[in-house]
Every structure is written in structure tokens, then in C-alpha cells.
Design a protein around this ligand. Structure first.
Ligand code: SAH
Ligand code: SF4
Ligand code: F3S
Length: 441
């Protein structure tokens, strides 16, 4: 029997955080692993990696070098590389570093224990990046830190092949879970104090599955079913794609009151020329139509988005169109990325002709506008009443609790322990860029 002390380090998106939980649950089920908080105390290091940009990749190799310098490794330490870098670089990782012993792709997590046992026995480097189906009995075990909100993966992979993106190559084709299995999982979570669900997937609204009786279930059908679970009070999802944001989904905002008044809908650019080069399959007019239809149904709805700056051939004129879009839609806190060419994608063959300083300037300009929007939104929130989901105590002052508004603002307020895990109304009386202060009403 082996006894391993495991340290797990996670990079990347929420899907990777979710997968790290999957890894923990998988290994915990064998009783031969103990999880530790520091690599210093471990003899099995799991790196759950991301490869969305060059920088993400470098972070992993820099981390390995740091551990090497600290002389963390001895001949008993096993290093296992999981996540998107595993499927992106495959066995090339072995030639780039001799510190990695096992490579295990995102769809092979169920096989991780086997790989570790095999490695211990034969001391031979191993790789498993097979494209298996999504395991249906995942994450039934609640992790220790789950309190009142939980992610639930409903689909994985992507068929969109945007010209710049590595995800379809690292995560494989779209696969949707069975609706019955998702509902079972959410019912189980709801019986364990979870009242907010965040549905997870590379393109959640491309969800496309069938009930056991053969009847089709799309994303809106799934939302309707989840809404019927009494104890679930709030539903979020991330990430949805404009291409699949159909009228059925838009109209569901009329009658699904548990859907939050906030949507993260990545746009990437305000220029149709760039959207076309990116292979995004929609125009800016179509994107705005979605936003305006939603605002017609829910006038107070807020939106956040993702931008890529410095995509090949993005001129100043194209960039100004993005700035105009930000001013028009008044996006709330959003993510901005500098274009990073990824080997294997279509745009890798285009010349990366916007220099780094220019990318940085565009990044900063967008950030400035977004921060202006954020503070304008905060000002509008001042003296108004919002529902927040109470998540915990303030670390600085235990007489304060905090919760989140539908648009993810952390609100601190004075309150008692019995409010934890409840939806309460607070009136905002003080604002800063990212935090708000409120009083119970
Ligand atoms: N499926 C989601 C996004 C997943 S990736 C969607 O299509 O909307 C998260 C974000 O990373 C993307 O929205 C994009 O803004 C950014 N991104 C992806 N590939 C990138 C690259 N090669 N360079 C820079 N940013 C990138
Ligand atoms: Fe990447 Fe595009 Fe798929 Fe999003 S939709 S994961 S950006 S290929
Ligand atoms: Fe990164 Fe993979 Fe997520 S590339 S962003 S960890 S899907």
C-alpha cells in the first residue's frame, strides 16, 4: 500500500478549479492519500495547469524551476502534471523538463490513482490524455470549503474553434451531461446547504442532451428544471456564448426569477472585421441585440465580458469600436487579455503584428473605461436596496458579515451568525471600487 502526502496547485479557469476538486475527491476515495497545505510537506505534487496564453504555460515551468531551486524534489517525490497543458504539449513536456513523472489530461482524472500506482511500481514516466466521456458521478462529495454556493459542470469541451483559442484542442469536443444526473447532483447539494448554483462549461448555452426517455433537453430546459428545486434560490452560469444565446433563452429571463440580473457574455472585440478574423460567428449588431432584448425584459440587468486586445490586424479604428461598445453597454467588471498566439490554432499562422507596448496601451485604455463604469455602477447602487447571499464573516472584523449582490459586489454589513447562507436585503450606504457597505433592512 502506498501512502502519499499530496499538494495540489491550480492555475486557470473555474473549470480547472472544479477539476481540482474532482482530483481531490477521486484520490480521497482510496484512503491512501492525505492532502497537505504546502509543497514542503508533500511527496506527491499535482499541478493542474492552464495553457490559454503563453504566460499561463510559463507560470507552470517557472513554478517547477522554483521548486527545483528550493531542492524540494528527492527521489521519492512524484510530480504529476494535469490540466490543459497536458493535452496541449502532450509528451513534449517530458523533453522540456525531467521533473514531471506523470502527465494526466482533464478527461483522464478517473485514471489518476492507477497511474500513480503504476509509476511507484515501475518508475517509468507515464502519460494518459485519452478523451473519455464525462464521468456522471463526479463531485458528489462536497469539498470542505463549499458553503452555500457551488459550481456544477453541465458540459465540457468546445466545438467553436475560435481562431485564437486552444480550448477545443485541450478539452476536446462538446459533451453534455445527462439532465437527470445534473438534477440529482443539485438536489443533493441543496440538501447540504447549497442555495446558489453556478452552472459551468466552456459554452453552457450549447448544452444539448437527452433525458433517459429520449426527449431532448437544451440549456433553457435545464434552467427550468433547476428553477423548480425549492431550496435553490439563485442560478448563475459561466460561460455562455453569444452565438447560442437564442430567443428561448432570452425569454426565460421573463419567468425564471432565480436567474440573476447579471450576465457574463464574452464579446472579445467591438469590430466586425476582428470578430470575423477571430471566427466568433456573430456580428456586433447581433451581440447588441441580445443585450437590448435582455434589458427590455430586465431593465436593471448588468453585463460583464471578455476582451482580447492586439489581435492580428487590429487597427486603431477597430480598437476605437471596442471602446465605443464599452461606453454604450456600460460593461461592469470585465476581463481584458493581450492576444497571445497559440501553436495549433488558426491565428497562429497570422502575423502577430501589434507590438507588445501597443497591446499594453490598449489594455490600459480598456481597463480605465471599465473602472469608470464600475464606479458609476457603484454610485447608482448607493442608497438602494439589494438582495445579497450571506457567505461569511469579514476577516478584519467579526461583527461584520459579507455577501454578494447579483453582480458579484461584496457587501459588508453588521449581522448575526444565523444569517449565514441566507438571502437578505441590505441598503448600501458606502462604496469603494470593489466593496460596498450596507445595512440590513
Ligand atoms: N468559452 C468562452 C471563453 C473561454 S477562454 C467564450 O468563448 O466566450 C476565456 C477567455 O480567454 C476568452 O474569452 C478570451 O478572451 C481569452 N483568450 C482565449 N484565447 C486567448 C489567446 N490566445 N490570447 C488572449 N486571450 C485569449
Ligand atoms: Fe475558445 Fe471560442 Fe470555444 Fe470560447 S468559444 S472556448 S473562445 S474556441
Ligand atoms: Fe485554461 Fe484550460 Fe481553462 S486552457 S482557461 S484551464 S479550459
Amino acid at each position: 500500500m502506498i501512502y502519499k502526502k499530496v499538494y495540489i496547485k491550480t492555475w486557470g479557469c473555474q473549470m480547472n478549479l472544479y477539476d481540482s476538486n474532482k482530483i481531490i475527491n477521486h484520490l480521497k476515495s482510496f484512503n491512501t492519500y492525505k492532502f497537505v497545505d504546502s509543497y514542503k510537506d508533500s511527496n506527491l505534487i499535482i499541478l493542474n495547469t492552464c495553457s490559454i496564453r503563453k504566460k499561463s504555460e510559463l507560470k507552470v515551468f517557472n513554478y517547477l524551476n522554483k521548486l527545483k531551486k528550493l531542492k524540494i524534489f528527492n527521489n521519492k517525490t512524484i510530480v504529476c502534471l494535469c490540466g490543459c497543458l497536458a493535452t496541449h504539449l502532450k509528451d513534449k513536456i517530458f523533453s522540456r523538463t525531467n521533473l514531471v513523472n506523470i502527465i494526466c489530461g482533464p478527461k483522464s482524472i478517473q485514471n489518476l490513482n492507477n497511474l500513480i500506482i503504476k509509476f511507484v511500481k515501475y518508475k517509468k514516466r507515464l502519460i494518459d490524455i485519452k478523451n473519455r466521456n464525462i464521468s456522471e458521478n463526479i463531485n458528489k462529495i462536497l469539498s470542505d470549503n463549499v458553503k452555500i454556493n457551488s459550481f456544477v459542470t453541465i458540459m465540457e469541451g468546445c466545438n467553436k474553434f475560435c481562431s485564437y483559442c486552444i480550448v477545443p484542442f485541450t478539452r476536446g469536443f462538446e459533451l453534455s451531461r445527462k439532465p437527470e444526473s445534473i438534477i440529482n447532483q443539485i438536489c443533493y447539494l441543496s440538501k447540504n446547504k447549497i442555495i446558489e448554483i453556478n452552472l459551468l462549461g466552456q459554452n453552457v448555452n450549447a448544452y444539448n442532451s437527452f433525458f433517459k426517455n429520449g426527449i431532448k433537453c437544451d440549456f433553457t430546459d435545464l434552467l427550468c428544471l433547476i428553477s423548480k428545486i425549492n431550496k435553490i434560490k439563485r442560478i448563475r452560469f459561466t460561460t455562455s456564448h453569444p452565438y447560442n444565446f437564442n430567443n428561448k433563452l432570452i425569454n426565460s429571463y421573463k419567468y425564471l426569477s432565480k436567474l440573476v440580473n447579471f450576465l457574463h457574455l464574452p464579446v472579445q472585440s467591438g469590430s466586425n472585421k476582428i470578430l470575423k478574423l477571430m471566427g466568433r460567428k456573430y456580428t456586433i449588431e447581433y451581440y447588441k441585440e441580445i443585450i437590448y432584448k435582455l434589458l427590455y425584459i430586465r431593465p436593471n440587468m448588468l453585463f460583464s465580458t471578455d476582451f482580447i486586445v492586439g489581435f492580428p490586424n487590429e487597427t486603431e479604428k477597430d480598437f476605437l469600436m471596442t471602446l465605443d461598445l464599452i461606453k454604450e453597454i456600460k460593461f461592469d467588471y470585465s476581463y481584458i487579455f493581450m492576444y497571445s498566439p497559440r501553436q495549433g490554432t488558426i491565428s497562429f499562422n497570422m502575423i502577430d503584428n501589434i507590438d507588445n507596448n501597443e497591446k499594453k496601451r490598449r489594455f490600459k485604455e480598456i481597463k480605465k473605461l471599465i473602472i469608470e463604469n464600475v464606479s458609476e455602477i457603484n454610485k447608482k447602487m448607493l442608497f438602494n436596496i439589494y438582495k445579497i447571499l450571506v457567505e461569511g464573516f469579514s476577516k478584519k472584523d467579526f461583527s461584520y458579515l459579507f455577501g454578494r449582490t447579483e453582480n458579484n459586489r461584496k457587501v459588508f454589513f453588521i449581522g448575526k451568525k444565523n444569517l449565514l447562507g441566507k438571502l437578505v436585503s441590505v441598503k448600501i450606504y458606502k462604496i469603494s471600487t470593489y466593496y460596498l457597505y450596507g445595512k440590513l433592512v
